[in-house]
Design a protein around this ligand. Sequence first.
Ligand SMILES: [Zn+2]
Length: 194
Amino acid sequence: MNEQEILAMYEDAGALLNGHFILSSGRHSARYLQSALVLMNIDHATKLAGELISKVHDADQIDMVVSPAIGGLVIGQEVARLMKKPFIFTERKEGEMQLRRGFSIAEGCRILVVEDVITTGGSVCECMAVVREYGGNPVQVLAVVDRAPDEQGRFDVPYATAIELNVETHAGDDCPICRAGLLPAIKPGSRGAA
Ligand SMILES: [Zn+2]
């Protein structure tokens, strides 16, 4: 699939939202990609996962797929299913990224980290930090969408995405949409936004 086909998939699913959004990074944006609306279609999830797998440097070198919850769960699981690898996830408890539910990572385990949408890359970095605490070795990061492709150096391992989409974001205390005062900022995914 090329980038245009993937974007068309998002548009057809009503997953390119316009409004006033608070991203997980805390920054504000007038556009939001609701990947869950694309990934709810299993056929789409399989196609996007296949696209990501085509960017894996060496599939034989991957022992396990790990995603940061919640955004990475569906695409991470689908990538792992197609690669026939185990899949686990990290999640936040009281704001801190952790490995829970009895999951563990063997010493030296080579990890593919998979996320749906990346902006600052904060969740992925926290996920990789947890993997390393357990002695795991993150070898590559894959994401469906990069929302800030101009930001380099977010990860210290190779990184690839299915599509790049430049979306302007603003600090919460310096947001022109807030200043206009017409549209309250909402957190997509929390409720109602999608
Ligand atoms: Zn705002």
